[in-house]
Design a protein around this ligand. Structure first.
Ligand code: GLU
Length: 505
């Protein structure tokens, strides 16, 4: 059997769209699941869309996401691109001679032709077609130009493009591995431009030539290329090449079913990473956007994805990009993380929120100038690990730990139907009880035991004691429990905050 070879072929336009992340994940999983080769090819033949530095950026993101490939374009330690593999170059702008050779072959064999039509003429033609409600399509004016005429126009340096000469009879058919049989009337296929007036190939020519020369067995890509595939098949036939298998992946949609695009908000993978989504959660999320594991399972590591992924689980209908699901998944991954690892990821957000700054091997709390170490930060992060959905929330949610003075309304200290007087008295009771505590006894279990006894001894309700305490310690409506918070704050701060609460009421 032929070796399975799959490529991801992005255009370097400056960022990686989350839809492309899904495409590259599926490409990768399909290749790995089948023990095939995975290749990164850069399709940079559209000079107008090229963005400086985007190849490096793209390679780094794929590397960060753990989507390894064995051939194609890589980046070294000095941020320089290099290429590896037997089928290079893997950057299309370095393959112009190759495309030229194949274009000449097509022209020679009458599968392609020179078109000298001006932009104005093509614009007029399109306008007329629109008026008549016809699909936009080249009208074939230059199909019949004679050799001499062509030579004359070439000698006069008239700008030209090269078009595919589609024989308008019959049908073009293929089996898409996701969509099944596709059959198109050839008369609906446009005489596609294969080479532009700047001498660069179009995507269509370059991708067919490269997929053939790079021995790609399965062309896996986004659904937006499905309508182009019949043209590609005609090209394979014109060259007399074996036609690869095709699999097209559905579009990602906004909740209103419109195409997920930059205009509606963030679509770049980088944006999601910056917002504090974990790469594992993002991969897991895009995996499930369009692939059905056929079980209730929802959490998949990359290794599990490789083991389980197959094209038969890929859906035919567009997948809604539902960020609530992403938040949920991210929370699941955060909870599963080792707290040291999680803390490392949270530190930049704490610094950005201006809560702490790095000081040699330790950290300085901005508000109080105290020095703390990584171990202490771990205890702070552990407080929120269960509740956190995004790393970027951490600054806001643990701000109370690092603040010198909490800012809250005194009414918040009062639980349900208690009076202000009750709240004050209860805080005083807690204060007296905890004052005699050794610093070492400031552990959540111990605190819990002592405060539960205090509740019983004074015939109070738990909320009448724990609510005012929790608010005095955090200044928040919602927070981790008072015992855990007290343990992290330590005796001195706890007593000070309780006192401040008492004074406030
Ligand atoms: N360069 C195309 C893109 O960025 C690739 C399409 C394909 O995989 O054939 O969408």
């Amino acid at each position: 059997m032929k070796k399975i070879r799959v490529r991801f072929a992005p255009s370097p336009t400056g960022y990686l769209h989350v839809g492309s992340l899904r495409t590259v994940l599926y490409d990768y999983l399909f290749a790995k699941h089948n023990g095939g080769d995975f290749i990164l090819r850069i399709e940079d033949t559209d000079k107008a869309r090229y963005v400086e530095g985007s190849i490096e950026n793209l390679v780094k993101i794929l590397d960060f996401m753990g989507l390894e490939y064995s051939e194609g374009v890589f980046v070294d330690k000095d941020n320089k691109t290099f290429q590896k593999g037997d089928f290079g170059p893997y950057i299309q702008s370095e393959r112009l001679d190759i495309y030229k050779k194949y274009i000449d072959e097509l022209i020679k064999n009458d599968y392609a032709y020179y078109c000298f039509c001006s932009q104005e003429r093509l614009g007029e033609m399109r306008k007329n077609q629109q008026l008549q409600k016809l699909a936009p399509m080249y009208d074939g004016k230059c199909r019949g130009l004679g050799k001499d005429e062509i030579q004359k126009l070439l000698d006069e340096k008239t700008p030209y493009v090269i078009r595919l000469k589609v024989s308008k009879e019959g049908f073009t058919e293929f089996d898409d591995l996701i969509y099944g049989k596709i059959k198109i009337e050839n008369k609906t296929i446009d005489d596609q431009v294969l080479m532009k007036s700047d001498g660069f190939p179009t995507y269509h020519l370059a991708s067919v030539v490269d997929d053939h020369l790079m021995e790609i067995s399965h062309v896996t890509r986004a659904e937006e290329w499905l309508p182009s595939t019949p043209k590609h098949i005609l090209l394979y036939k014109a060259f007399g090449w074996e036609i690869p298998q095709f699999a097209h992946f559905t579009l990602l949609l906004n909740p209103d079913k419109s195409k997920l695009s930059k205009r509606q908000g963030d679509v770049a993978v980088e944006d999601y990473l910056n917002k504090g989504y974990l790469k594992e959660a993002l991969l897991n999320f895009v995996l499930l956007l369009g692939w059905n594991p056929k079980t209730e399972e929802e959490i998949f590591s990359l290794a599990e994805m490789i083991e389980r992924f197959d094209l038969s689980g890929v859906n035919k209908t567009g997948a809604i990009f539902n960020t609530e699901k992403l938040d949920w998944l991210n929370g699941m991954y955060i909870r599963k993380m080792d707290v040291s690892e999680l803390t490392k990821l949270c530190v930049p957000y704490l610094i950005e929120a201006n809560l702490i700054e790095e000081k040699d091997t330790r950290y300085k709390i901005q508000d109080t100038n105290e020095l703390i170490d990584f171990e202490y930060l771990k205890r702070v992060i552990a407080l929120e690990q269960e509740r956190m959905k995004k790393l970027s929330e951490i600054g806001e949610s643990v701000k109370f730990i690092f603040s010198d003075k909490l800012d809250y309304e005194k009414e918040l200290l009062i639980w349900k139907k208690m009076t202000a007087e009750d709240a004050k008295n209860n805080l005083q009771l807690i204060f007296d009880e905890l004052s005699s505590f050794e610093e070492n006894d400031f552990q959540s279990e111990k605190l819990q035991e002592v405060l539960n006894n205090l509740v019983e001894k004074n015939s109070l309700k738990r909320g009448e004691v724990l609510w005012p305490l929790r608010v005095a310690l955090t200044g928040l409506k919602g927070s981790p429990g008072p015992f855990e918070v007290a343990e992290v704050l330590g005796k001195e701060k706890v007593l000070r905050r309780i006192k401040e609460g008492i004074v406030k009421i």
